[in-house]
Design a protein around this ligand. Structure first.
Ligand SMILES: Nc1ncnc2c1ncn2[C@@H]1O[C@H](COP(=O)(O)OP(=O)(O)OP(=O)(O)O)[C@@H](O)[C@H]1O
Length: 694
């Protein structure tokens, strides 16, 4: 055991550390959980070094900020970043602020930090039972280290597997099917969708990444058709068991609709065989939690390595939202002979929980890194040449299974949303300014004088129509629209269940026309302030009567999984006034069933314990959803949350119109130069295993 020593003056003793951490908790700088961990460790290891325990508190705190570990290098160079000071919603507290991490760690170099962690009871360097693990310059809570190791191990195994797959393809037969599904290859350039399909067909693991509308769904539906066609053509009596899933109900519903659309466009033979292939592609998409079998009150799932999922191929959309622990659970539950295909946009915000798995897996996707052997194989099966700049003789096994789709088929070259998303993604503030100099019809930008600026009701109620009408006469809507639908389509107290469901579907669909997004939760520009003001605007216009917590027209978002009600975190619903059996008016909350069936689930408001009003959502909560018109409310000052990834995610939630509301001019340009960099060792762990040929 290593006791506190010289060079640790700022944390002269354990009581000082306790007091310091309590001061941080009081200010909202640290979670009570992080301090509780230190109290526990002190009880178990009374002689532990205060510096090591401080680092343990910071490592624990990083998990709450989405990092898998504490990066000691980053901690040393900018200690205050470990607490993201100033945090959103800092709690007012009496007296002078407590010392910051930079003061506590002042004068300590990397060697001092590493030396403080040389405590075999507290910190291990690999398997064992110490509460912390130090790997290189990364300090982990053991649970997350173990999780990262399992994910790296499962991915490495999957990358090495191919021939044992059920439905393995014969490469000779691959080319004609690719030609049928994609048309003849273009000799001029590479069609990355075709390449993605071939690469994903060739192994047990594939990642297809791309921005909005780049054809991820189109490609995966063709891939599934290809796999089924090859499987059935080889004489299989039963088709492959294929499942599709997404992290949220909203994302599952979107994929469901997109798959249904893509199925119609499949170029399959017009005969019994083509029919059998089409029939064998699943039309229903489920949530990952439902697929894995969530269990109330437990973080374990019904399906795991001992009770694996009964499937031959799994497609998971919106994979950027999958955190490390969920990826671990998913990989454990997947039979070794099944394929896993991840779809997602690597540039979006990562999951709220720790880990940015998709981002890490796709970190090298822009440059391809296909080996010359892989490029030759691709040419043989797709008839396309891989551009030389995408080839790399030292490309690793993961590179050979990742494809980036680059061309948006949804946003044309003149689309403002597409141009703005690209400029933001590139982190190019000048390019962003250039887009706004010529925004086109689908973008609008409003400077706000303050929380009472009349632009706010103009956009939130009516969509700000006079500034950004579409070329085809369509107008971006605000929340006034769904409330008018709610009033006009109300089937009345005598309506039967079918008519009520149809009404709810119509209102829920109209609600998806528009969404206000915020960066923050608190303050006038956060979700709480905006929710309050938007309800007021709608009330002033006589569209809403927000009395009490529950009122007709209240849109809500579920904030925690409720297995009893079958509602998942992120599900959105709306309160509607319906009639009970005796025709008395009662309030019920209508949710889409979330299983692709189009059914409506009606829930008593009193049973909903974890919901929030959803006129305004944080950008994080909006992930996996898409709205025809999206309005992003920026804060009036830059902070740790306002980053390029966040703004990109907000813009790409809009399918038709995007409105920017800025309390201070230029804040957008500031935001795009800030990045979210998540600390994790997944790439290193994976590379280590691939290098060892595991
Ligand atoms: N190769 C293509 N040629 C023409 N149109 C295409 C092609 N690929 C996709 N599309 C069309 O582009 C639109 C977007 O495609 P798709 O839904 O597959 O993209 P996506 O990447 O899954 O989008 P998102 O994830 O943003 O919803 C669809 O209307 C689709 O029909």
């Amino acid at each position: 055991m290593k006791a506190a020593g010289a060079g640790e003056a700022p944390l002269a003793g354990q009581e000082v550390l306790q007091g310091l951490l309590q001061g941080w908790v009081d200010r909202g700088w640290l979670r009570p959980l992080d301090r509780a961990l230190v109290v526990f460790l002190q009880e178990q290891l009374p002689a532990a070094s205060p510096t090591a325990l401080l680092l343990a508190a910071l490592a624990s705190h990083q998990v709450g900020r989405g990092h898998v570990c504490l990066d000691l290098e980053a901690t040393r160079s900018d200690p205050d970043r470990t607490l993201s000071l100033p945090p959103e919603g800092e709690m007012p507290a009496d007296g002078p602020p407590p010392p910051r991490p930079s003061q506590c760690l002042a004068g300590l170099g990397m060697a001092d930090l590493v030396s403080a962690l040389e405590d075999p009871d507290l910190v291990g360097t690999g398997p064992g039972c110490t509460p912390l693990v130090l790997q290189g310059r990364r300090l982990y809570l053991r649970r997350y280290w173990a999780c990262e190791q399992r994910v790296a191990g499962a991915l490495a195994q999957r990358l090495g597997r191919g021939t044992a797959l059920r439905g393995s393809m014969d490469e000779e037969r691959l080319r004609p099917w690719l030609d049928r599904l994609f048309g003849p290859p273009d000799a001029q350039g590479i069609d990355w969708q075709r390449a993605a399909c071939a690469l994903a067909a060739s192994g047990a693991f594939a990642v297809i990444t791309g921005g909005p509308g780049t054809g991820k769904t189109t490609t995966v539906v063709r891939l599934l058709a290809l796999l089924q066609a090859l499987h059935l053509e080889a004489g299989a009596e039963v088709p492959l068991r294929i499942r599709m899933a997404a992290p949220t109900g909203k994302a599952a519903a979107r994929l469901n609709a997109a798959v249904a659309g893509a199925l119609g466009g499949l170029a399959l033979p017009q005969d019994a065989f083509g029919h059998a292939v089409r029939e064998a592609i699943p039309a229903r998409v489920t949530t990952l939690h439902r697929l894995l079998g969530s269990r109330p009150g437990s973080r374990h799932f019904r399906h795991d390595a001992r009770r694996p999922l009964a499937l031959d191929a799994l497609v998971v959309d919106e994979a950027s939202m999958i955190d490390l622990e969920l990826m671990d659970a998913l990989l454990q539950a997947l039979p070794p002979e099944a394929r896993l295909i991840l779809l997602g946009d690597r540039d979006q915000l990562a999951s709220v929980e720790a880990g940015a798995v998709l981002g890490e897996l796709c970190a090298r996707a822009g440059e391809g890194h296909y080996t010359p052997e892989r490029a030759a194989w691709l040419q043989a099966v797709t008839g396309q040449r891989t551009p030389p700049e995408q080839q790399d003789p030292s490309g690793n096994a993961l590179d050979q299974h990742v494809v980036m789709l680059r061309h948006s088929h949804r946003f044309g070259a003149d689309s403002g949303i597409g141009r703005l998303a690209r400029a933001v993604n590139a982190g190019d503030a000048q390019a962003v300014a250039a887009v706004w100099a010529q925004p086109g019809r689908d973008l609008a930008r409003w400077g706000l004088e303050g929380p009472d600026d009349p632009a706010l009701p103009a956009v939130c109620v009516d969509g700000g129509t006079h500034r950004s009408a579409g070329g085809d006469g369509a107008h971006p809507g605000g929340y006034g629209r769904y409330l008018r639908v709610m009033a006009a389509a109300d089937p009345g107290p005598g309506a039967d269940a079918t008519a009520r469901d149809a009404w709810a579907r119509e209102v829920l669909a109209a609600l998806e026309d528009f969404q206000v997004l915020c960066v923050l939760r608190r303050g006038p520009w956060g979700v709480e302030g905006m929710n309050h003001r938007i309800a007021g605007f709608l009330q002033e216009r006589g569209l809403l009567d927000p009395q009490g917590i529950w009122y007709p027209g209240r849109p809500v978002i579920v904030t925690g999984n409720d297995y009893g009600l079958g509602l998942m975190n992120g599900d959105m619903g709306v309160a509607l006034r319906v009639a009970d059996a005796t025709r008395n008016p009662v309030l019920r909350v209508a949710f889409p069933a979330g299983d692709g069936s189009g059914r409506i689930r009606w829930v008593l408001p009193s049973r909903l314990t974890a919901v929030e009003t959803a006129f305004a959502l944080t950008v994080h909560k909006s992930q996996g959803s898409e709205f025809r018109h999206t309005a992003l409310v920026l804060p009036d000052r830059a902070g740790p949350l306002l980053t390029r990834e966040l703004v990109y995610t907000a813009i790409t939630r809009a399918s038709r119109w995007f409105t920017l509301l800025e309390p201070r001019r230029g804040i957008l340009e500031e935001a795009v130069t800030r990045r979210v960099l998540r600390s994790s060792g997944l790439q290193a762990a994976l590379e280590g295993r691939l290098g060892r040929g595991e």
